[in-house]
Design a protein around this ligand. Structure first.
Ligand SMILES: [Zn+2]
Ligand SMILES: [Zn+2]
Length: 344
């Protein structure tokens, strides 16, 4: 099968071809696993974090890709819940132990044995992959394969971020950074919390315009002050300055949720601007969101089908993966980037 493989960690700005197209054996499903013929796989910022070493794969080479849609090609012994030909999705959560305290408490995203698709095991930048059947998801019929792919990551993590933000109907929400996940959060909020006002902070003028088109009441630069204080803010930027600036806009008792797998080191010195009085006093909270649980994925897919949320997508061929990654790095994201994969 054809696959795009990560062999060495490198900086995409210096190495525009971080992945190598290879011809590899088709993986066979083990006990309890599904073999999937991949049809679409989203391209995510987290793959840049893997490639550039901010969340490096534990072993190389590895096939990235954690927003995978395809059809069940074959079943391993004891794999239950799906039949050959069923359409399934594979998100970031590839497996967790199922027996630790976190797993038993419904926090499998925090499991010490959490494994991520496309980082800790081979993912969907390939014609085939395998996955434990119990970690695969049915895809609602309303979505095409390409539409479903970005929902599996950006949607699921946005869903978890919104839940962790503690937002209630009528509360003001801020979104700092306006990429794929934030778009979906805005759409979710408009549906679930119709009386809440959403304020968007983004550096690019086109992102701010897009936010207003999608129903934000206000959009400004990341360093601006929102006209009203915010009960919750979700940060999806890769850097620190928007975090520091956002804390000023937070209402007393408000919570900032950081939805970023890693922060870049480039502007870390901004943290010395932190003033206890302006940024933290009055019971302001900061919380990160780590990974996703299966319930975030299934919960979001159900909600997305109900609203409905249809992401704008930009399709690439498997052999164009490197170009998609370079464009993502440059920040060209009005639509989500999706690889369309057709096995011979
Ligand atoms: Zn992702
Ligand atoms: Zn566990």
């Amino acid at each position: 099968m054809k696959a795009m493989v990560l062999k060495v960690i490198s900086n995409v700005a210096e190495n525009p071809e971080p992945l190598e197209m290879m011809d590899l054996p088709v993986p066979t499903p083990g006990d309890g696993e599904l073999q999937i013929r991949v049809s679409a796989c989203g391209v995510c910022h987290t793959e840049l974090d893997e490639i550039e070493g901010r969340t490096p794969p534990p072993t190389l080479p590895v096939i990235p890709g954690h927003q995978v849609v395809g059809r069940v090609e074959s079943l391993g012994a004891g794999a239950a819940g799906f039949d050959i030909g069923d359409r399934v999705g594979v998100p970031w959560i590839y497996s967790a132990c199922g027996t630790c305290g976190f797993c038993l408490a419904g926090l499998e995203n925090l499991c010490p044995d959490f494994r991520a698709a496309g980082r800790d095991v081979n993912g969907g930048y390939a014609e085939f992959m395998v996955v434990p059947a119990s970690f695969a998801h049915s895809i609602p019929e309303i979505f095409t394969d390409s539409e479903a792919a970005p929902l599996l990551c950006a949607g699921a993590i946005g869903y978890r971020s919104l839940a962790l933000s503690g937002l209630e109907n009528g509360h003001n929400l801020g979104l700092t950074g306006f990429g794929a996940s934030a778009h979906l959060v805005l759409k979710m909020v408009r549906h679930k919390f119709p009386d809440s006002k959403v304020y968007v902070f983004a550096r690019a003028e086109r992102e701010r315009r897009f936010a207003l088109e999608l129903g934000a009441v206000w959009a400004g630069d990341t360093i601006e002050r929102s006209p009203e204080k915010l009960h919750s803010i979700i940060d999806t930027t890769p850097v620190w300055k928007p975090v520091v600036e956002a804390l000023v806009n937070l209402a007393p008792g408000g919570r900032l949720v950081i939805n970023a797998i890693r922060k870049e080191e480039t502007d870390k010195s901004t943290l010395t601007d932190l003033s206890y009085t302006d940024h933290l006093w009055m019971e302001k909270e900061i919380k990160s969101v780590a990974n996703v649980a299966r319930s975030d994925v299934s919960g979001f897919l159900e909600l997305a089908a109900e609203i409905p949320v249809k992401p704008e997508v930009e399709e690439f061929k498997l052999e164009e993966t490197n170009r998609a990654l370079v464009e993502l790095k440059k920040g060209q994201i009005r639509g989500a980037k999706v690889l369309r994969i057709e096995a011979d």
